[in-house]
Every structure is written in C-alpha cells, then in structure tokens.
Design a protein around this ligand. Structure first.
Ligand code: TMP
Length: 211
C-alpha cells in the first residue's frame, strides 16, 4: 500500500490539536500506524529550530532569517522523517507544512511569492502533501481561545491581528488556487462537526491513494 501525507493547518486556536488527535485515533482504529509530526519541528534538529522561531525573546528576528529557519526545519523534516515513512508505506500526518510558509511569510509578512517558492523548492523540491486540511477561523476568536488556555503567546501569536488576518486570507487563497490539494473546514462550527469533517477528508484521501 502506498504511503501518503496529510497536513492539518490554519489559524491558531482553530482546534488543530483536537483534530490531529482524532485523526490519529481514527487511523489507529483502522489498523494503521500513522506517523504524527509537526512543523516547525518533527526532528531533533527541527525542534531546536522551533525553539528559536517561537522564542518570545527573539523579537529582533528579521523576516528572511525567519523564512530560512522554517525552510531549514522543513528540509530536515522531509529527509529524515517524511520521505522514509512514506517510502515504508506509512501515513504521515503533519501539524502544518509549506502551506503555513505561504500564508505567514508571503501573505502576512509580505515576502515575495518568488522568494517563498525558491525556498520551498530548495527545502522540498516538487514534493507535495496529498491533502492539506485548513481549519478556517476568525483570528480574533482563535486568539481568545489561545488566551483562555492560559498559556503565554509565542513570538508569532504576539503579532498584530492584521498579520493573522492576512495569514487567514493566505490559506483561503491557496485553497482556492489548488482545490485538488486543499480542503477548508469552517472551524467556527462545533468541534465535533469539525472533527467529523476532517475524518471524512482523511477517509477520502486514503481511498484515493489506493486508486
Ligand atoms: P503552532 O504550530 O504551534 O501553532 O506554531 C507554529 C507557529 O509558526 C504558528 O504561529 C505558525 C507559524 N509558522 C509560520 O509562520 N511559517 C511556517 O512555515 C510554519 C510551519 C509555521
């Protein structure tokens, strides 16, 4: 059976963690042995890069440094973890991937699409996840949810709401431009419904992989 990659991405506080947990349980119930992973992170080197990227104290980080660190973590992730797992016929499920770079570093930060594409090309070549599930939510609601967890906001969550709104728009644009590889779920619905919709997308992706 061929391996495949499913990404869950979208705004902070949109329910990503709950959806990812539900996908993991669902895949295990199907007798599969999914590789659950995340970006930035997923490997020991990637997790160290993540610490730098999300450090609230690193406010001086310039945009190109940020972009290249996300790219460096992704290159390591693909080589060390994703490709070997897919090669072994596994289902890789990632919390964010290159869709986040396009949304946050291009649409929100304003780095040109050409530069983003060059970096993605260096990091992952022509590799594409089979499907990217976008959890779409008004960032004001997402930030309220993050704040209600009581955890401190990281460097990117501390960005102005306008930045997060541009990133949201970026996800919706990507989905519009590539409907074969993106599906948007309205994350303002109850979490049960969001989870059900995500599981249906996972099932459809698994079915397509066998065709
Ligand atoms: P999270 O995955 O724990 O929500 O945090 C990761 C943060 O990094 C989140 O604010 C989105 C941001 N991010 C980017 O700006 N670009 C990227 O390429 C990735 C993977 C994440």
């Amino acid at each position: 059976m061929p391996g495949c990659m499913i990404v869950c991405d979208g705004g902070n506080g949109a329910g990503k963690s709950t959806v990812l947990k539900a996908i993991e349980v669902h895949l295990k119930d199907l007798g599969l042995d999914p590789v659950m992973t995340r970006e930035p992170g997923g490997t020991p080197i990637g997790e160290r890069i993540r610490d730098i990227l999300l450090d609230r104290g690193a406010a001086e980080m310039c945009d190109v440094t940020e972009l290249m660190l996300f790219g460096a973590a992704r290159a390591q992730h693909l080589q060390q973890k994703i490709l070997p797992a897919i090669g072994a016929g596994k289902i890789v499920v990632s919390d964010r991937f290159n869709s986040a770079t396009v949304s946050f570093q291009h649409y929100a930060r304003g780095i040109s699409f050409d530069v983003i594409s060059q970096l993605n090309e260096i990091a992952i070549g022509d590799f594409k996840p089979n499907i990217t599930i976008i959890l779409d939510l008004d960032p004001a609601i997402g930030l309220d949810r993050v704040a209600s967890r009581g955890s401190e906001l990281d460097r990117l969550e501390k960005e102005k709401i306008d930045f997060l709104e541009k990133a949201r728009h970026g996800y919706l644009e990507q989905a519009k431009l590539d409907p074969g590889h993106f599906v948007v779920i309205d994350a303002s619905q109850s979490l049960d419904v969001v989870v059900q919709e995500a599981i249906a997308i996972v099932d459809r992706t698994l079915k397509n992989r066998n065709n």
